[in-house]
Design a protein around this ligand. Structure first.
Ligand code: GL7
Length: 838
């Protein structure tokens, strides 16, 4: 017991309990210490990777010290915390960010420099932590950075997958997938907490009985168990002592093997069961915006939510407060419907284990949870088949049915005799077999539901949750427009620009208060500033051109317009439309006289992104892009006027190189399909213009930067249904330019046309769900407008500066503050430096 220690012991601890100094020599000593002890290497026997490991271990020591301090002070003060439950955290690399946020980037660079290594090379040796598919996971990572920076008491909870998102290679133009075994070398950015092990149960049956007061109670008698082991990932805030935590769970077999099969002498079967347990956190499902419906995925979801809640409840119980205080101490944010089972699990804990009555428990549950919806795409809506759910979680199924029953009884009272309404709102869909609608469960179990951009939040109110808005009133449904962290997406990714901004504004305060970028508006007409601005863009383009040369073997000119579309490959994002317009451009160039060609604006069209391994049509789009690139890039009649590039294995680190180098980026989803998008924000923040539709956050970006600095085309969200209808029933003909393009493909201009037939048939009149034909003409016009605007470099640079200057709104600091103030009701908690133990 610490309180019984003699004074000398406490004094000794306090003397030793000092943070390491941040001078270069201390840092170098710690690097060398790790090289020679932890890594068991010698100086002459080191490569960049060893240097990376040593720097990482040294930075990790400091992170852990901050982490410890933060968690210790939080435990003592016990303020309300938020828990961000996300199946994906797409963190990317950690080292550069850790050093930046610790405020030690420069001394570490100097320190390792003197030891014979270049920081740039060392940083490049780190591979990405890719525990996410796309935007949804990257958003969670940006939010964790902002939560720590703004000193909010917050924890993330997720899964520690052995395999992150697959690595993509392009083989003969096709995507091939390879496993991303990212844990080959120890991961210095995590702290294994092997002492924190939580039993998680599955299957079995429910035992019902009368308690001593004659009340019917239920007890789950599970049939299987596994263990959840905690791995903590420290998340340091920028320019603060606060260091938050992401706790990732790993599944392990329970130590005591299944006794029945063991006693039956079935040793092999018990070992087999143990292996099954490890599978739960083996792999990240590679689908983005589509639901796979696999049993293992449901297991992942329960495993993760049950372990996290167990942890949260244990922490709450330490304070000996009354259960009714739970929502005063705990806010839980559901990142999409993936963690919705947490609602059911908390109700089960309160009713079955803590013996609260149903209504009191439900009041606590609904005041605790809030839910973010990230999509309206029907194929992404999570539903679980009742029989499968019942097998894995028999008691939870009963609870879901009870939640639904009590909910529908209340709806019926408010809106009597409307059976259709009950059917629409029910958590259970009457299908064969019945399905549990997770989005409905999430809405019913939460006190706030938010969309991720203004348009999207309005859409969910008017479509998928319309009945719920009528029932609950509109206050429950709010908007929080997504944001991105300026630390990674400007300061780190575009360091030169960041320095210019700091020098121009006279301070680096903008890194924590992005609205200060507005000060750049004064510089729009300043010729000297413009020149510096464009020089940085060009340097970024040179760097990307080198990467393209290295990875794709294609030579591109940094003087051409760089036109970028990098994101998951999906029909609704319409990379297909982009490549069709590229074909149109190609055919146009080929038809020009040499004199006419002299007027063409040279363009490099850059694609990147992964398709879900089972998404056939999306994979054909990748093949088409590569086939077109093959023909165009080798056509002497085209030369530098048009180049097409597909950069393989798009990930966070690549984005950090691509984003700062774009002149134009494309965000061209069919209106109403992209909930927000966040790469649009990253590009504009880096002075790249957008070619986009009136969709997701594009609309709010337009509002901030002004319509002269963005290229908008295409139909509006409210027109989509009518256009589909007209296509289907009024025989609207296909756009003539598009017909020409399809004819060229069908003629075999780009490999055997048979390959692309399934792709082309998605454009058949009446089937063109994403309205490529309807938008094609205005898309081509918008592209021409881009070319014309780019030719006028004097005006272009002004647009570029205005873009960056007016992006303050899209800081994830702003988003997180909105969540904290309006949804979680939590306050910042400032960690004080270098406390003594008492
Ligand atoms: C997404 C949306 O598609 C994307 O537009 C949004 O920016 C992101 C974060 O809010 O969420 N929804 C979704 O299911 N995925 C997304 O990326 C996978």
């Amino acid at each position: 017991e610490r309180s019984k220690w003699p004074k000398e012991t406490i004094d000794l601890w306090n003397r030793l309990y000092k943070k390491d100094a941040a001078d270069i020599e201390t840092i170098q000593k710690s690097i060398v210490h790790h090289v020679t002890t932890t890594l068991a290497r010698a100086a002459y026997n080191m490569d960049n990777f060893t240097a990376y490991q040593a720097v990482a271990l040294s930075a990790r020591d400091r992170l852990i010290a901050q982490w410890n301090e933060t968690q210790g002070q939080l435990s003592k003060a016990d303020p309300k915390r938020v828990y961000y439950l996300s199946l994906e955290f797409l963190l990317g690399r950690s080292m550069d960010n850790a050093l930046l946020n610790l405020g030690l980037k420069d001394v570490y660079a100097k320190g390792i420099g003197q030891l014979g290594f270049r920081m740039e090379d060392v940083v490049e040796s780190e591979s990405d932590a890719a525990l996410g598919n796309g935007n949804l996971g990257r958003l969670a990572a940006c939010y964790m950075d902002s939560l720590a920076t703004l000193e909010y008491p917050a924890w993330g909870y997720g899964l520690r997958y052995n395999y992150g998102i697959f690595q993509q290679r392009i083989i003969e133009g096709y995507q091939a997938e390879f496993p991303d075994y990212w844990l080959n070398f120890d991961n210095p950015w995590e702290l294994p907490r092997l002492d924190i092990s939580i039993p998680i149960y599955f299957a079995g049956h429910v035992h019902s009985f009368q308690d001593e007061y004659g009340v019917t109670r239920h007890k789950w008698v599970p049939g299987q168990s596994v263990q959840a082991i905690a791995y903590d990932v420290p998340i340091p805030g920028y320019d603060t002592e606060n260091c938050n935590n992401i706790r990732l769970w790993r599944s392990k077999p329970t130590r005591v093997f299944d006794l029945t099969s063991f006693n039956e002498g079935n040793y092999e079967k018990s070992v087999e069961d143990a292996t099954q347990a490890e599978k739960i956190t083996s792999v990240l499902y590679p689908n983005d915006n589509t639901m796979a419906g696999k049993e293992l995925r449901l297991k992942q979801q329960y495993f993760w939510t049950a372990a996290s809640l167990h942890d949260i409840v244990r922490r709450f119980k330490k304070s000996q407060r009354d259960w009714s205080d739970f929502p005063e101490q705990v806010a839980i944010q559901l990142n999409d419907t993936h963690p919705t089972l947490a609602i059911v699990e908390l109700q089960r804990i309160l009713v079955d284990e803590e013996q609260l009555n149903w209504d009191d428990a439900w009041e606590i549950v609904t005041r605790t949870f809030a839910f973010t919806n990230h999509t309206v795409l029907p194929e992404a809506m999570e539903k679980w088949s009742v029989p499968m759910f019942e097998y894995l979680l028999p008691r939870h199924l009963q609870i879901v049915f009870d939640i639904n029953l009590f909910f529908l009884q209340k709806v019926e009272k408010r809106f009597p005799n409307d059976r259709e309404l009950l059917k629409r709102m029910s958590i259970i869909e009457e299908a064969q077999p019945q399905q549990i609608r997770m989005a409905h469960l999430a809405v019913v179990g939460s006190h706030k539901v938010n969309g991720v951009a203004a348009l999207h939040s309005n859409l969910i109110r008017d479509t998928i949750f319309k009945d719920f808005v009528e029932y609950y009133g509109s206050d429950k449904f709010v908007n929080v427009t997504n944001g991105i962290t300026s630390r990674r997406w400007l300061n780190q990714a575009n360091h030169k620009l960041s320095e210019l901004i700091t020098e121009t504004l006279g301070s680096d305060a903008w890194i924590k208060d992005l609205d200060l970028l507005k000060g750049l508006n004064k510089k729009v007409d300043d010729k000297v500033f413009q020149k510096k601005w464009m020089a940085i863009k060009r340097a970024n383009k040179v760097r990307l051109a080198e990467l393209i040369k290295e990875r794709c073997g294609i030579e591109v000119s940094p003087d051409a317009l760089f036109d970028v579309q990098v994101k998951r490959i999906h029909e609704y994002k319409r990379q297909f439309m982009n490549i069709l317009a590229v074909i149109h451009r190609y055919r146009t160039i080929k038809s020009l006289t040499p004199a006419q060609k002299a007027n063409v604006q040279p363009r490099v069209v850059i694609f990147g992104g992964k398709a879900a391994p089972g998404y056939y049509v999306a994979k054909l789009v990748i093949k088409l892009i590569n086939s077109v690139a093959n023909v165009v890039n080798q056509d002497p009649a085209v030369g530098d006027l048009l180049k097409v590039v597909f950069i393989p294995d798009y990930n966070v680190s690549l984005a950090e190189v691509i984003v700062p180098a774009s002149d134009i980026s494309q965000h061209i989803s069919t209106a109403g399909t992209e909930a927000s998008g966040t790469s649009n924000m990253k590009f504009v923040l880096n002075g790249g213009l957008i070619l986009g539709t009136m969709d997701g956050a594009n609309i709010e970006i337009l509002e901030e930067i002004g319509e002269d600095n963005i290229f908008i085309f295409g139909c509006l969200a409210h027109e989509v249904e009518d256009l589909r209808y007209a296509q289907r029933y009024r025989g609207v003909p296909m756009d003539p330019a598009l017909q020409g393009v399809l004819a060229a493909i069908e003629k075999g201009t780009f490999e055997d046309p048979k390959i692309f037939q399934p792709l082309i048939s998605t454009l058949t009149i009446g089937k063109d769900y994403y309205l490529i034909s309807a938008d094609f003409a205005s898309y081509l016009r918008a592209n021409q407008a881009v070319d014309a605007a780019y030719k006028d470099q004097d005006e272009w640079v002004k647009k570029s500066i205005r873009c960056t200057a007016n992006m303050g709104k899209f800081s994830s600091d702003r988003s997180v503050k909105e969540y904290a103030d309006n949804i979680w009701h939590i306050k910042p908690f400032k960690v004080v430096d270098n406390q003594q133990i008492d």
